[in-house]
Design a protein around this ligand. Sequence first.
Ligand code: HSE
Length: 440
Amino acid sequence: MKSIQVGLLGIGTVGSGTYNVLQRNQQEIQRRAGRGIEVTMVADLDVARAQSLVGPGVAVVNDARAVIANPDIDIVVELIGGYGIAKALVLEAIEAGKHVVTANKALLAVHGTEIFAAAHRKGVMVAFEAAVAGGIPIIKALREGLTANSIQWVAGIINGTTNFILSEMRDKGLDFSVVLKEAQRLGYAEADPTFDIEGVDAAHKATLMSAIAFGIPVQFDKAYVEGITQLGAQDIQYAEQLGYRIKLLGIAKRRATGIELRVHPSLVPAKRLIANVEGAMNAVMVHGDAVGTTLYYGKGAGSEPTASAVIADLVDITRLHTADAAQRVPHLAFQPDAMSDLPVLPMSEVVTSYYLRLRVADQAGVLAKVTGILADAGISIDAVIQREADEVGGEGSTQTDVIILTHDCVESQMDAAIAQMQALPTVLAAITRIRKEELA
Ligand code: HSE
């Protein structure tokens, strides 16, 4: 049978990995897919470089629309990234009746509703395993492997750059800005690292997982997004002393009134496996009512790990493209006419526990006032430590740090309590608040 013909839009790190792995493993992939899968056309602005990466039998052009217009191309792989031209090309490929594979989390998290609706109308597939956690097959796991479950929550380390930075901060006791520069020098962080360090990349991925886990539309605009730029080395150390690690988590959680969708630094008990995911690695925990808690671990970026996910999608499409469209796995796991209207909850309604650090005057009654405010707000304290003033501010210091761990409360309750504590004259600096997830 004739091979499935693939056109790549962009041949950078992931595109070249996809080409190479398809070449290297072509026989095994064919035995699995039932047909050969071949890259026969590539579009890239740097034609000479692109041609040097592929065999002479592959047509290389600088116009992506030439790939979409080629009637022999069955699947278009979009590896350009971003919301601009990539969106236009994906929609044009769908209109041309092509199946699409993309690693573009930003595009799908923001414009997924429009793109999936267009694909549904045209009866084509848009596959995006590579968009979340690179080589980890988390989309497949959530959408198919766990399909029996009512999924309760998903929590993941889904950005390798920030996990690398946090690991280095903890290991070496260094500040964020120092480690960021080192990460850029080593190529772990981009020259413009904003999307990674501000939590945006993780929020794109969490948005996609929330949609598949709960059958809600993709709603990136409703996600709460907080990155790691404000984290201090001392909070990482205090957390460690209390038996926790700080990780940037992407969280999607089902509650009776709606869905929590949030990305922020979180204390995680050091004894959890996920707390020990270090460096640029990714990991995702999923809790389903039937299966309990499951954990998926692996490389979240890189040429061949991401290619592994792209090719898995190519094989799925090769197997299913002749099937009746209604019999295929729905893009977001749930049938398009059976989506949930559970709202994404505002951050003020999220329920979680907290780590608080207060720089206070080392005077009688200060701790009593602080704990009194928490008690009046109905917030239960789990643990308190107070540093010796000399350790915090040096010999003869009159200031110290009080660190408080709380039990669960509603975020708006905590906002109000923090405002009251901040107003105390004996609280000498901005209060640090980091959320805490037990992931039990
Ligand atoms: N920049 C991402 C990361 C990889 O650091 O994990 C691609 O999403």
